[in-house]
Design a protein around this ligand. Structure first.
Ligand code: KMH
Ligand code: ZN
Length: 309
C-alpha cells in the first residue's frame, strides 16, 4: 500500500489568538511548532504568516524570513506556503510570500465560496485583540474569491520557471474538482496533481464520509491515475476524516489551522500533539507514514535545495 503523506497546517488564518493559547502567532513560535510537528512525523508543513504584535494574518515576507530559515535548518520537511492568505486579502497580496521564498509547494484554491466562520464569534465574550471579533463576524458577508483569472495568476506565477512549485489544490466542493479539470485541459498544471479535499467549512462541502467517497469517485473519473489526494476534516471531523481517507488510499492533513482540538471539547496543546495522534491512528490501522523524501518522489517535487530561503 502507498505510504501516507501527513501535512500539518500550523496556524492558518481562521482561528484567532483568543480561541487557543496554543495557536502560534510569532515567527519564533510558528517555527518551533512546525519543527516539533515535523519531528512528530509531519511530512509537509503548510505555512501562513501572522503579525507577531497582534496575531493578525500576515503576508508580509518579513514575518516569514526567520521562521523559514529555522524550519529548513532543523527539519527535512517539505515547506508549503499558502497563497490563500486570509479571505479578505487580494490575490496579488496572497502571492507575496510564495513568490518571495519559492517553496517546493504552495496552496492553490480552486474556486470561490462563502468561507464562513461567523458562528464562532458567539462562543467568546472577551477577546485578546480588537481586530478578532469584527474579523470573524465579517465572514458572514464575505466571499473567499478565487476566480478563474485568480487561479491562472497563481499558476502563471508559481507553476513554471523560476519557482516550479507543486500545488496543493484546495477543493471545497465537487464543483472545484471540475474547475481543476477545466484548468488541466488548458495545460495549466503538470501531473501528478495533489488534491486537498477541504471538508467541513461552512460554505463548502460538509465533512461526511459519503461526500468524501463521492469526491474521490469524481476525482477518479476526472483525473484517472494522474492524481494524489488528501483530506482536511475541519474542526471536530479532523481525525475521523483522516483515518477514513488513509484507509481509502488518501493522504491526511491535520494542524491548528483546521482544528484547535485534540478530542471532543479538549483543546490541543500543540500542532505536534495532533500529528502524534494521527500518526498513531495511521500506524494502528496499518498505514505507513511517508518521509519527506518519499513524498517528494510521490508528488514530483523540485527538492528542498531549490528554494529561496
Ligand atoms: N484553511 C483551509 C481550510 C490556503 O491556505 O490556501 C484552507 C487553506 C487555504 O489552507
Ligand atoms: Zn492554509
Amino acid at each position: 500500500m502507498q505510504k501516507t503523506i501527513v501535512t500539518c497546517a500550523i496556524t492558518g488564518a481562521i482561528h484567532t489568538p483568543t480561541m487557543s493559547d496554543a495557536l502560534p502567532h510569532t515567527p519564533e513560535r510558528i517555527a518551533e511548532q512546525a519543527i516539533e510537528a515535523a519531528h512528530a512525523g509531519a511530512t509537509i508543513l503548510h505555512l501562513h504568516g501572522r503579525n507577531p504584535d497582534n496575531g493578525m494574518p500576515s503576508i508580509n515576507p518579513e514575518h516569514f524570513t526567520e521562521m523559514l530559515k529555522r524550519i529548513k535548518a532543523e527539519t527535512d520537511a517539505i515547506v508549503n506556503i499558502s497563497t490563500g492568505g486570509s479571505i479578505t486579502m487580494s490575490i496579488e497580496d496572497r502571492l507575496a510570500p510564495a513568490t518571495a521564498f519559492s517553496p517546493e509547494m504552495c496552496s492553490m484554491n480552486m474556486g470561490s465560496l462563502n468561507f464562513s466562520i461567523h458562528p464562532l464569534a458567539n462562543r467568546y465574550e472577551t477577546w485578546k485583540y480588537d481586530w478578532e471579533e469584527p474579523y470573524i463576524r465579517a465572514t458572514e458577508s464575505g466571499i473567499f474569491r478565487n476566480t478563474f483569472a485568480d487561479i491562472k495568476l497563481v499558476a502563471d506565477q508559481m507553476g513554471g520557471d523560476p519557482h516550479n512549485a507543486k500545488f496543493e489544490h484546495e477543493c471545497y466542493d465537487v464543483g472545484h474538482l471540475h474547475n481543476l479539470a477545466f484548468c488541466l485541459k488548458q495545460g495549466m498544471f503538470k501531473a501528478p496533481i495533489f488534491l486537498q479535499f477541504v471538508m467541513g467549512i461552512l460554505g463548502g462541502i460538509p465533512a461526511e464520509l459519503e461526500h468524501m467517497k463521492y469526491m474521490k469517485e469524481t476525482a477518479d473519473r476526472l483525473f484517472g491515475d494522474t492524481y494524489q489526494w488528501s483530506v482536511i476534516g475541519a474542526g471536530a471531523a479532523q481525525l475521523k476524516m483522516a483515518a477514513a481517507a488513509a484507509q481509502m488510499g488518501g493522504h491526511v492533513r491535520v494542524g491548528l489551522e483546521d482544528s484547535l482540538f485534540i478530542d471532543r471539547g479538549v483543546l490541543a496543546k500543540s500542532n505536534a500533539q495532533q500529528v502524534e495522534k494521527v500518526v498513531g491512528i495511521l500506524r494502528d490501522q496499518g498505514n505507513e507514514v511517508a518521509t519527506p523524501d518519499e513524498a517528494r518522489k510521490i508528488l514530483g517535487l523540485k527538492g528542498g535545495d531549490n528554494v529561496a530561503f
